[in-house]
Design a protein around this ligand. Structure first.
Ligand code: MN
Length: 143
């Protein structure tokens, strides 16, 4: 079963791009436009991974990850920070706050999904389940 990914991002263009790439990669998505909505939706949607912009209204990314880590059902899911105009130290600050990784915007559409996938357990990767489905149905895996 491919992962369900929560995207928390207040920039509409970035949100749409992340959602498009993840859905094209076979993943389920839910989207939040501010930090408070992100925490609420994380509780309701129980995502397998969260992509979280650091600069968002109401709660910023650092406040979001603090809230997520305080929810027992969510404390172990990978959370990836994204930032625009990354400055030296952003990455270190994000990792210190509990994010699993930090990706700078503009993201690279060619590698974005595979970067995200590297934080998912094998059975949650869309490629892995597609390969399983193919071998189960005896289809040619090279398509
Ligand atoms: Mn933002």
């Amino acid at each position: 079963m491919p992962a369900r990914v929560l995207i928390a991002e207040d920039n509409r263009a970035s949100l749409e791009l992340f959602e498009y790439l993840l859905q094209a990669g076979g993943y389920g998505t839910a989207c939040a436009r501010d930090g408070s909505e992100a925490v609420e939706l994380a509780r309701a949607f129980q995502p397998d991974l969260v992509i979280c912009d650091l600069q968002m209204p109401i709660l910023n990314g650092f406040e979001v990850i603090r809230a997520l880590k305080a929810i027992p059902a969510l404390e172990r899911i990978p959370v990836i920070a994204v930032t625009a105009f990354s400055m030296a130290g952003d990455r270190e600050k994000a990792l210190a706050a509990g994010f699993d990784a930090h990706i700078s915007k503009p993201i690279d559409p060619e590698t974005f999904v595979s970067e995200i996938e590297s934080f998912l357990r094998k059975e949650l990767r869309a490629g892995a389940s597609a390969a399983n489905a193919q071998s189960q149905h005896g289809e040619n895996p090279s398509r």
